[in-house]
Ligand binder design. Structure first.
Ligand code: SF4
Ligand code: SF4
Length: 438
Protein backbone atom coordinates (compact mmCIF):
# COMPACT_ATOMS: atom_id res chain seq x y z
CA UNK A 1 0.00 0.00 0.00
CA UNK A 2 1.40 3.37 -1.01
CA UNK A 3 2.54 5.54 1.85
CA UNK A 4 0.81 8.90 2.19
CA UNK A 5 2.94 11.78 3.39
CA UNK A 6 0.60 14.69 2.66
CA UNK A 7 -0.09 15.65 6.28
CA UNK A 8 2.97 14.38 8.06
CA UNK A 9 5.50 17.10 7.35
CA UNK A 10 5.14 20.72 8.34
CA UNK A 11 7.86 23.25 7.65
CA UNK A 12 8.27 27.01 8.12
CA UNK A 13 5.65 29.65 7.41
CA UNK A 14 4.25 30.42 4.02
CA UNK A 15 5.86 33.15 1.95
CA UNK A 16 4.38 36.48 2.88
CA UNK A 17 4.03 37.50 -0.76
CA UNK A 18 1.87 37.98 -2.74
CA UNK A 19 -0.69 38.09 0.06
CA UNK A 20 0.93 40.90 2.00
CA UNK A 21 -0.97 43.37 -0.14
CA UNK A 22 -4.74 43.57 0.27
CA UNK A 23 -6.80 42.52 -2.71
CA UNK A 24 -8.95 45.04 -4.48
CA UNK A 25 -12.15 45.38 -2.55
CA UNK A 26 -14.97 43.23 -3.73
CA UNK A 27 -18.35 44.37 -4.83
CA UNK A 28 -20.06 46.38 -2.13
CA UNK A 29 -22.79 44.37 -0.40
CA UNK A 30 -26.30 45.70 0.11
CA UNK A 31 -27.31 46.53 3.68
CA UNK A 32 -29.35 43.99 5.79
CA UNK A 33 -31.51 42.58 7.08
CA UNK A 34 -29.14 39.74 7.93
CA UNK A 35 -30.13 36.43 9.47
CA UNK A 36 -26.71 35.14 10.34
CA UNK A 37 -23.34 36.81 10.61
CA UNK A 38 -20.10 34.91 11.07
CA UNK A 39 -17.35 36.49 13.16
CA UNK A 40 -13.86 35.33 12.30
CA UNK A 41 -11.39 36.06 15.08
CA UNK A 42 -7.69 36.13 14.23
CA UNK A 43 -4.87 36.49 16.73
CA UNK A 44 -1.55 37.95 15.64
CA UNK A 45 1.19 39.07 18.04
CA UNK A 46 -1.15 38.87 20.99
CA UNK A 47 -1.35 37.84 24.63
CA UNK A 48 -5.05 36.86 24.32
CA UNK A 49 -5.93 39.60 26.82
CA UNK A 50 -8.46 41.05 24.37
CA UNK A 51 -10.26 37.69 24.16
CA UNK A 52 -10.42 37.54 27.93
CA UNK A 53 -11.71 41.11 28.10
CA UNK A 54 -14.48 40.38 25.58
CA UNK A 55 -15.63 37.20 27.28
CA UNK A 56 -15.99 39.31 30.43
CA UNK A 57 -18.20 41.93 28.74
CA UNK A 58 -21.56 42.28 30.44
CA UNK A 59 -23.34 45.23 28.97
CA UNK A 60 -23.98 44.02 26.40
CA UNK A 61 -22.70 40.50 27.00
CA UNK A 62 -21.41 38.31 24.23
CA UNK A 63 -23.72 35.44 25.23
CA UNK A 64 -26.79 37.27 23.95
CA UNK A 65 -25.21 37.73 20.54
CA UNK A 66 -24.09 34.12 20.28
CA UNK A 67 -27.47 32.77 21.37
CA UNK A 68 -29.28 35.04 18.89
CA UNK A 69 -31.65 36.34 21.58
CA UNK A 70 -30.99 40.07 21.17
CA UNK A 71 -33.92 41.73 19.37
CA UNK A 72 -33.07 43.03 15.89
CA UNK A 73 -29.67 41.35 15.96
CA UNK A 74 -28.69 38.62 13.53
CA UNK A 75 -27.45 35.36 14.97
CA UNK A 76 -23.69 35.49 15.39
CA UNK A 77 -21.50 32.46 14.71
CA UNK A 78 -18.11 33.01 16.34
CA UNK A 79 -15.03 31.29 14.96
CA UNK A 80 -12.44 31.85 17.67
CA UNK A 81 -9.15 29.94 17.85
CA UNK A 82 -9.37 29.53 21.62
CA UNK A 83 -13.11 29.28 22.22
CA UNK A 84 -14.11 27.08 19.27
CA UNK A 85 -15.24 23.50 19.80
CA UNK A 86 -13.77 22.44 16.44
CA UNK A 87 -10.06 22.09 15.96
CA UNK A 88 -7.54 21.47 13.20
CA UNK A 89 -8.81 21.34 9.62
CA UNK A 90 -12.45 21.44 10.77
CA UNK A 91 -11.85 24.77 12.44
CA UNK A 92 -9.95 26.29 9.52
CA UNK A 93 -12.53 25.10 6.97
CA UNK A 94 -14.89 28.05 7.55
CA UNK A 95 -12.02 30.53 7.24
CA UNK A 96 -11.19 29.01 3.86
CA UNK A 97 -14.79 29.22 2.70
CA UNK A 98 -14.93 32.88 3.73
CA UNK A 99 -11.69 33.57 1.89
CA UNK A 100 -12.83 31.94 -1.35
CA UNK A 101 -16.33 33.46 -1.19
CA UNK A 102 -18.31 30.24 -0.63
CA UNK A 103 -19.42 30.84 2.97
CA UNK A 104 -22.93 31.91 1.97
CA UNK A 105 -23.31 34.48 4.79
CA UNK A 106 -21.69 37.83 5.50
CA UNK A 107 -18.91 37.92 8.03
CA UNK A 108 -17.12 40.35 10.33
CA UNK A 109 -13.38 40.03 10.78
CA UNK A 110 -11.86 40.71 14.20
CA UNK A 111 -8.11 40.94 14.61
CA UNK A 112 -6.40 40.77 18.01
CA UNK A 113 -2.66 41.44 18.39
CA UNK A 114 -0.36 43.21 16.01
CA UNK A 115 0.45 42.12 12.49
CA UNK A 116 4.03 40.90 12.27
CA UNK A 117 6.12 41.29 9.15
CA UNK A 118 6.30 37.60 8.30
CA UNK A 119 8.97 38.24 5.67
CA UNK A 120 11.44 38.69 8.52
CA UNK A 121 10.54 35.32 10.06
CA UNK A 122 10.63 33.68 6.68
CA UNK A 123 14.29 34.50 6.23
CA UNK A 124 15.02 31.82 8.79
CA UNK A 125 12.23 29.53 7.63
CA UNK A 126 9.97 30.36 10.55
CA UNK A 127 6.88 32.41 11.28
CA UNK A 128 5.70 34.75 14.04
CA UNK A 129 2.03 33.82 14.35
CA UNK A 130 0.05 31.38 12.24
CA UNK A 131 -3.18 29.44 12.08
CA UNK A 132 -3.63 26.19 10.11
CA UNK A 133 -1.29 24.62 7.57
CA UNK A 134 -1.45 24.48 3.79
CA UNK A 135 0.62 23.12 0.94
CA UNK A 136 1.98 25.78 -1.36
CA UNK A 137 0.95 25.33 -4.95
CA UNK A 138 3.86 25.36 -7.35
CA UNK A 139 6.25 23.75 -4.90
CA UNK A 140 7.97 20.58 -6.08
CA UNK A 141 6.70 18.63 -3.09
CA UNK A 142 3.21 20.10 -3.32
CA UNK A 143 0.87 18.13 -1.10
CA UNK A 144 3.66 16.38 0.75
CA UNK A 145 4.84 19.34 2.76
CA UNK A 146 2.58 21.81 4.49
CA UNK A 147 3.42 25.25 5.86
CA UNK A 148 1.79 27.21 8.68
CA UNK A 149 -0.37 30.05 7.33
CA UNK A 150 0.52 33.34 9.05
CA UNK A 151 -2.43 35.17 10.56
CA UNK A 152 -1.17 38.19 8.61
CA UNK A 153 -1.93 36.17 5.47
CA UNK A 154 -5.41 35.33 6.76
CA UNK A 155 -5.96 39.02 7.42
CA UNK A 156 -5.14 39.90 3.82
CA UNK A 157 -7.31 37.09 2.53
CA UNK A 158 -10.37 37.85 4.64
CA UNK A 159 -10.40 41.63 5.07
CA UNK A 160 -11.56 42.55 1.55
CA UNK A 161 -14.69 40.40 1.76
CA UNK A 162 -15.57 41.25 5.37
CA UNK A 163 -18.68 43.28 6.13
CA UNK A 164 -16.50 45.07 8.69
CA UNK A 165 -12.95 44.64 9.94
CA UNK A 166 -12.52 45.39 13.64
CA UNK A 167 -9.11 45.75 15.27
CA UNK A 168 -9.40 45.02 18.98
CA UNK A 169 -6.79 46.05 21.54
CA UNK A 170 -3.89 48.42 21.20
CA UNK A 171 -1.64 45.88 19.43
CA UNK A 172 -4.17 45.52 16.61
CA UNK A 173 -5.25 49.16 16.54
CA UNK A 174 -1.87 50.89 16.74
CA UNK A 175 0.83 48.19 16.90
CA UNK A 176 1.14 48.30 20.70
CA UNK A 177 3.92 46.64 22.63
CA UNK A 178 5.08 44.29 19.81
CA UNK A 179 5.70 47.32 17.59
CA UNK A 180 7.64 49.33 20.22
CA UNK A 181 10.88 50.96 19.08
CA UNK A 182 13.61 48.40 18.53
CA UNK A 183 11.30 45.41 18.10
CA UNK A 184 12.67 42.70 15.77
CA UNK A 185 9.34 41.63 14.26
CA UNK A 186 8.39 44.66 12.16
CA UNK A 187 4.97 44.50 13.86
CA UNK A 188 2.31 46.98 12.87
CA UNK A 189 -1.39 47.71 13.31
CA UNK A 190 -4.19 46.33 11.15
CA UNK A 191 -4.64 49.82 9.69
CA UNK A 192 -0.97 49.95 8.76
CA UNK A 193 -1.09 46.46 7.27
CA UNK A 194 -4.20 47.06 5.14
CA UNK A 195 -3.40 50.63 4.15
CA UNK A 196 -5.30 53.88 3.91
CA UNK A 197 -7.44 52.81 0.97
CA UNK A 198 -8.81 49.70 2.61
CA UNK A 199 -12.60 49.47 2.73
CA UNK A 200 -14.68 46.48 3.80
CA UNK A 201 -17.33 44.97 1.55
CA UNK A 202 -19.80 47.36 3.19
CA UNK A 203 -17.50 50.29 2.53
CA UNK A 204 -16.07 50.73 6.05
CA UNK A 205 -12.44 51.47 6.92
CA UNK A 206 -10.90 49.54 9.82
CA UNK A 207 -12.78 50.07 13.10
CA UNK A 208 -10.44 50.47 16.07
CA UNK A 209 -11.22 49.56 19.70
CA UNK A 210 -7.96 50.28 21.55
CA UNK A 211 -6.89 49.36 25.08
CA UNK A 212 -4.37 47.02 26.64
CA UNK A 213 -6.52 45.14 27.46
CA UNK A 214 -9.56 46.96 26.06
CA UNK A 215 -12.79 47.36 27.99
CA UNK A 216 -14.85 44.36 26.86
CA UNK A 217 -18.07 46.38 26.83
CA UNK A 218 -16.48 48.91 24.46
CA UNK A 219 -16.07 46.09 21.95
CA UNK A 220 -19.48 44.44 22.33
CA UNK A 221 -21.28 47.78 22.25
CA UNK A 222 -19.48 48.75 19.05
CA UNK A 223 -20.27 45.38 17.47
CA UNK A 224 -23.95 45.87 18.40
CA UNK A 225 -23.95 49.35 16.89
CA UNK A 226 -22.26 48.16 13.69
CA UNK A 227 -24.60 45.18 13.38
CA UNK A 228 -27.60 47.50 13.75
CA UNK A 229 -26.15 49.55 10.91
CA UNK A 230 -25.54 46.44 8.80
CA UNK A 231 -29.13 45.40 9.52
CA UNK A 232 -30.27 48.68 8.03
CA UNK A 233 -31.85 49.54 11.40
CA UNK A 234 -29.56 52.30 12.56
CA UNK A 235 -27.17 54.94 11.31
CA UNK A 236 -23.46 54.29 10.99
CA UNK A 237 -22.12 54.95 14.49
CA UNK A 238 -19.85 58.00 14.82
CA UNK A 239 -16.16 57.19 14.52
CA UNK A 240 -13.35 59.68 14.94
CA UNK A 241 -10.58 60.31 12.42
CA UNK A 242 -8.67 57.27 13.72
CA UNK A 243 -11.65 54.92 13.49
CA UNK A 244 -12.37 54.89 17.24
CA UNK A 245 -16.01 54.99 18.42
CA UNK A 246 -16.26 58.75 18.98
CA UNK A 247 -18.71 58.48 21.86
CA UNK A 248 -16.25 56.32 23.81
CA UNK A 249 -12.92 57.96 23.09
CA UNK A 250 -13.86 61.64 22.73
CA UNK A 251 -12.90 62.46 26.33
CA UNK A 252 -9.69 62.15 28.28
CA UNK A 253 -9.31 59.85 31.27
CA UNK A 254 -8.86 62.93 33.45
CA UNK A 255 -12.23 64.40 32.44
CA UNK A 256 -14.00 61.38 33.88
CA UNK A 257 -11.59 60.53 36.68
CA UNK A 258 -12.84 60.06 40.20
CA UNK A 259 -9.70 61.86 41.42
CA UNK A 260 -10.03 64.92 39.18
CA UNK A 261 -11.44 66.97 42.07
CA UNK A 262 -8.17 66.49 43.95
CA UNK A 263 -6.21 67.73 40.94
CA UNK A 264 -8.39 70.83 40.77
CA UNK A 265 -7.73 71.54 44.46
CA UNK A 266 -4.01 70.97 44.11
CA UNK A 267 -3.87 67.80 46.25
CA UNK A 268 -1.54 65.13 44.91
CA UNK A 269 -0.62 61.61 45.97
CA UNK A 270 2.95 61.00 47.12
CA UNK A 271 2.78 57.24 46.99
CA UNK A 272 0.50 54.43 45.84
CA UNK A 273 -2.43 53.98 48.17
CA UNK A 274 -2.93 57.71 48.70
CA UNK A 275 -6.44 58.82 47.72
CA UNK A 276 -5.42 62.00 45.87
CA UNK A 277 -4.63 62.64 42.21
CA UNK A 278 -1.86 60.38 40.89
CA UNK A 279 -0.32 62.73 38.34
CA UNK A 280 2.89 63.32 40.26
CA UNK A 281 3.57 59.61 40.47
CA UNK A 282 3.18 59.15 36.74
CA UNK A 283 -0.44 59.52 35.60
CA UNK A 284 -0.90 60.56 31.95
CA UNK A 285 -4.71 60.73 32.26
CA UNK A 286 -5.05 64.43 31.31
CA UNK A 287 -3.81 63.72 27.76
CA UNK A 288 -5.13 60.21 27.12
CA UNK A 289 -8.39 59.28 25.37
CA UNK A 290 -10.03 56.52 27.34
CA UNK A 291 -13.40 55.91 29.03
CA UNK A 292 -12.46 53.20 31.51
CA UNK A 293 -13.18 55.25 34.62
CA UNK A 294 -16.74 56.08 33.57
CA UNK A 295 -17.43 52.65 32.14
CA UNK A 296 -15.58 50.45 34.62
CA UNK A 297 -13.19 47.68 33.68
CA UNK A 298 -15.77 44.93 33.98
CA UNK A 299 -19.45 44.95 34.90
CA UNK A 300 -19.18 48.69 35.61
CA UNK A 301 -16.67 47.97 38.37
CA UNK A 302 -13.04 48.97 38.74
CA UNK A 303 -10.73 50.94 36.45
CA UNK A 304 -7.12 52.04 36.66
CA UNK A 305 -7.57 55.02 38.99
CA UNK A 306 -10.30 53.46 41.08
CA UNK A 307 -7.91 50.59 41.75
CA UNK A 308 -5.12 53.05 42.56
CA UNK A 309 -3.13 52.78 39.34
CA UNK A 310 -1.81 55.57 37.14
CA UNK A 311 -2.71 55.92 33.46
CA UNK A 312 0.15 54.81 31.23
CA UNK A 313 -1.65 55.72 28.01
CA UNK A 314 -2.38 52.18 26.90
CA UNK A 315 -5.20 53.18 24.52
CA UNK A 316 -3.04 55.63 22.59
CA UNK A 317 -1.31 55.27 19.23
CA UNK A 318 1.91 56.53 20.86
CA UNK A 319 1.87 53.74 23.45
CA UNK A 320 4.26 52.52 24.81
CA UNK A 321 7.20 54.64 23.62
CA UNK A 322 5.61 58.08 23.99
CA UNK A 323 4.45 57.35 27.54
CA UNK A 324 7.63 55.78 28.91
CA UNK A 325 9.32 55.66 31.31
CA UNK A 326 6.19 54.66 33.18
CA UNK A 327 5.57 55.82 36.76
CA UNK A 328 7.50 59.06 36.38
CA UNK A 329 5.91 62.53 36.50
CA UNK A 330 5.07 63.61 32.93
CA UNK A 331 7.03 66.83 32.21
CA UNK A 332 3.86 68.74 31.23
CA UNK A 333 2.33 67.93 34.60
CA UNK A 334 4.97 69.98 36.40
CA UNK A 335 3.53 73.24 34.99
CA UNK A 336 -0.12 72.34 35.45
CA UNK A 337 0.26 70.94 38.96
CA UNK A 338 2.20 74.07 39.99
CA UNK A 339 -0.69 76.26 38.84
CA UNK A 340 -3.24 73.98 40.38
CA UNK A 341 -1.39 73.99 43.70
CA UNK A 342 -1.51 77.81 43.85
CA UNK A 343 -5.19 78.18 42.93
CA UNK A 344 -6.18 74.98 44.71
CA UNK A 345 -4.77 76.12 48.05
CA UNK A 346 -7.25 79.03 48.09
CA UNK A 347 -10.19 77.19 46.58
CA UNK A 348 -9.71 74.24 48.91
CA UNK A 349 -9.94 76.39 52.04
CA UNK A 350 -13.05 78.22 50.82
CA UNK A 351 -14.72 74.92 50.00
CA UNK A 352 -13.94 73.46 53.41
CA UNK A 353 -15.80 76.41 54.98
CA UNK A 354 -18.85 75.89 52.77
CA UNK A 355 -18.65 72.17 53.39
CA UNK A 356 -18.63 72.74 57.15
CA UNK A 357 -21.67 75.03 56.88
CA UNK A 358 -23.55 72.57 54.65
CA UNK A 359 -23.02 69.87 57.25
CA UNK A 360 -25.29 71.69 59.73
CA UNK A 361 -29.10 71.61 59.96
CA UNK A 362 -30.86 74.97 60.09
CA UNK A 363 -32.26 73.93 63.51
CA UNK A 364 -28.74 73.39 64.88
CA UNK A 365 -27.93 76.98 63.96
CA UNK A 366 -31.05 78.24 65.75
CA UNK A 367 -30.34 76.32 68.96
CA UNK A 368 -26.57 76.46 68.55
CA UNK A 369 -26.22 72.79 69.37
CA UNK A 370 -25.60 69.59 67.37
CA UNK A 371 -27.34 66.72 69.20
CA UNK A 372 -24.99 64.00 67.92
CA UNK A 373 -23.88 61.19 70.17
CA UNK A 374 -21.08 60.27 67.78
CA UNK A 375 -18.70 63.01 68.61
CA UNK A 376 -18.26 66.67 69.37
CA UNK A 377 -19.16 69.01 66.51
CA UNK A 378 -17.55 72.40 67.06
CA UNK A 379 -19.85 75.40 67.37
CA UNK A 380 -19.86 78.08 64.74
CA UNK A 381 -17.36 80.82 65.55
CA UNK A 382 -18.07 84.53 65.18
CA UNK A 383 -15.97 84.42 62.03
CA UNK A 384 -18.06 81.53 60.65
CA UNK A 385 -21.29 83.39 61.36
CA UNK A 386 -20.07 86.60 59.80
CA UNK A 387 -18.77 84.93 56.65
CA UNK A 388 -21.88 82.86 56.33
CA UNK A 389 -24.12 85.91 56.80
CA UNK A 390 -22.57 87.65 53.80
CA UNK A 391 -22.25 84.45 51.82
CA UNK A 392 -25.97 83.72 52.28
CA UNK A 393 -26.95 87.23 51.23
CA UNK A 394 -24.91 86.84 48.10
CA UNK A 395 -26.23 83.34 47.45
CA UNK A 396 -29.86 84.44 47.72
CA UNK A 397 -29.49 87.71 45.88
CA UNK A 398 -32.36 88.06 43.38
CA UNK A 399 -34.17 85.03 44.85
CA UNK A 400 -36.59 84.53 47.66
CA UNK A 401 -34.95 83.48 50.92
CA UNK A 402 -36.17 80.26 52.56
CA UNK A 403 -38.81 80.80 55.25
CA UNK A 404 -41.78 83.17 55.60
CA UNK A 405 -41.93 86.87 55.60
CA UNK A 406 -43.62 88.87 58.32
CA UNK A 407 -47.40 88.50 58.04
CA UNK A 408 -47.29 85.42 55.85
CA UNK A 409 -47.53 83.03 58.78
CA UNK A 410 -51.16 83.97 59.41
CA UNK A 411 -52.21 83.08 55.91
CA UNK A 412 -50.41 79.74 55.89
CA UNK A 413 -52.03 78.49 59.09
CA UNK A 414 -55.17 77.82 57.05
CA UNK A 415 -58.94 77.92 57.64
CA UNK A 416 -58.88 76.46 61.14
CA UNK A 417 -57.11 79.33 62.75
CA UNK A 418 -59.70 81.37 64.65
CA UNK A 419 -60.13 84.95 63.62
CA UNK A 420 -57.89 84.62 60.58
CA UNK A 421 -59.02 84.16 57.04
CA UNK A 422 -57.80 80.81 55.66
CA UNK A 423 -55.94 80.46 52.38
CA UNK A 424 -58.00 77.47 51.13
CA UNK A 425 -60.60 78.69 48.64
CA UNK A 426 -59.85 82.15 49.88
CA UNK A 427 -61.33 84.39 47.21
CA UNK A 428 -59.82 87.44 48.79
CA UNK A 429 -56.36 86.26 47.73
CA UNK A 430 -55.20 87.57 44.41
CA UNK A 431 -53.51 85.33 41.88
CA UNK A 432 -50.24 87.13 42.55
CA UNK A 433 -50.61 86.28 46.23
CA UNK A 434 -50.98 82.60 45.41
CA UNK A 435 -48.06 82.57 42.96
CA UNK A 436 -45.92 84.35 45.48
CA UNK A 437 -46.44 81.51 47.92
CA UNK A 438 -44.66 79.11 45.59
S1 SF4 B 1 -5.26 60.37 38.70
FE1 SF4 B 1 -4.71 60.90 36.58
S2 SF4 B 1 -6.64 60.98 35.45
FE2 SF4 B 1 -7.11 61.03 37.65
S3 SF4 B 1 -7.23 63.20 38.19
FE3 SF4 B 1 -5.12 62.60 38.55
S4 SF4 B 1 -4.07 63.05 36.60
FE4 SF4 B 1 -6.23 63.05 36.17
S1 SF4 C 1 -6.76 54.76 32.09
FE1 SF4 C 1 -4.86 54.77 30.92
S2 SF4 C 1 -3.78 52.88 31.50
FE2 SF4 C 1 -5.93 52.69 32.15
S3 SF4 C 1 -6.98 51.64 30.42
FE3 SF4 C 1 -7.22 53.84 30.10
S4 SF4 C 1 -5.48 54.42 28.81
FE4 SF4 C 1 -5.00 52.42 29.68
Amino acid sequence: MAETTTTTEVRGGQPAVPETEPEHKRERLPLGPLKTVHVFWLAGMSCDGCSIAVTGATNPGIEGLLLGIVPAMPKVLLHHPVLAVESGDHFVESFKKAADGTLGDPYVLVFEGSVADERIAQRTGGYFSAMGVEAISGEADYGAVKHPVPTATWLHRLAPGAAATIAIGTCATWGGVPSAAGNPTGSMSVMDALGKDYRSAFGLPVINIPGCAPVGDNFTETVFAVLLFLQGLGPLPAFDALGRPAWMFGQTVHQGCTRAGYYEEGSFAHEYGDPECLVEIGCWGPVVNCNIVQRGAINHMGSCMKAGGVCIGCTMPGFPDKFSPFYKTPPGAIVSTGLSRGVGAVVRRLRRMSNKEGNREHRWDVFNEVPSGWGHVPDRTIMDRTIHFFYERWQQMGSRRPGRRPGEADRFWGVDRPGVKGDYLDDSMTREDRDDRH
